[in-house]
Design a protein around this ligand. Sequence first.
Ligand code: SF4
Length: 447
Amino acid sequence: MKITLIMPSVGRKPNRSYVKTWQMEPLALAVLAGLTPEEAEIVFYDDRFEEIDFNEGTDLVAINVETYTARRAYQIAAQFRERGVPVILGGYHPTLVPEEAILYADAVMVGEAEGVWRDVLADVKSGTLKRVYRSTDRPSLAGIKPNRKIYEGKRYMPLALMEWGRGCKFSCDFCSITSFYKATYNYRPVNEVAAEIESLKKRVVFFVDDNIGAFPAATKQLFRELVPLKIRWVGQISINLSEDREMLELMVKSGCQGVLIGLESLHESNLTQMNKYWSNRTRDYERAVARFRDYGLVIYGTFVFGYDHDGKDSFELALDFALRQKLFFAAFNHLVPFPGTPLYRSLLEQGRLMDEKWWLNPEYRFGDVVFHPRRMAAQELAETCLAYRRKFYSYSYILNRGLDFRANSKDLFHAATFFAQNLLAKKEVEHRQGLPLGNGNLADCGR
Ligand code: SF4
């Protein structure tokens, strides 16, 4: 049996290469390849930087779909289906809106692949592929072995993506991750994670876990296992862990270089509205971020704008904070109503969504705001986000943040990394803005 795995791109600007920082290893597909019996032949196309051969014979095409890649994924699916090849879609987007995804495929996988992938393959073999494969319970993550051979010959960012846990115990209203996992968390045995890292050639690791500190006792056990491996790693963690000195010490000992923290807003009323009540002490944000930096950890702080208490003043507050705290990176994102989230449902009920299926709209461009904010016009919100990204990544502010000898430039290696990465991020602000969804030269997906 031959299986073709595909990682779709978001879209492409004419005559431009793909956004460089989005070219990370597609770990979810390596996990799927690892679940596939060895006797099956696997072909993998990464649509972000290579041509797909639609005429190559195969028994099944499996596409990993996120909301931003849905339009392109449906276009790819259409090409294969025209040639009589069955297509199955899986991932966040088909799980959150299976009734939409099934319109563009022969089958959808709802939930985590571990529970159903072998059934899919057996049904392909017997010619009895079903329309929906639903993983109802959370499967055990023990024994997972991503098959990274699918990356061979492809050029990804020089970071090994690793997964320890999946999900998050919190319920921020905008978050599709926690909607996918229904606010539950599951993690792999720490010794298996350590063994997998040891087997990798790359010594810089990005833990893709959405909140690696969700269960502090287990997290500490993981970090203890990492200490002898002498790797450098980055990950994503929630701000409340700044209070836990043992956690911070273990992070440093295990090779942590920095963390992404979803700060979201400096207005407590916004944090309450988004259900991030546990983080609702913005007055402590300064102290919390400073504490991570005291340990030499660099911070990627993400802000989101467009909640009901956001006006132009919110941007200035965030920028001041980001400069004062010398954030390594900062995101000035507008709120995005991803389908299947409480935020999406609420904006829909209030009649504030401009397009219920904005991700399929051929006119949509990356950076557009698709709902009516309360205190700003949609266009103004989009433009202000862009303006503040440009400000944050201006040469003078890059220099200002780079002159930070606690974290960003604590040694030559960090200083070099800081300036190289910030100059790249500056370039990519423009590259990402206005990116279309999907690829115009393929058959459209029905809209
Ligand atoms: S803490 Fe992060 S991962 Fe968890 S629900 Fe909130 S946004 Fe999602």
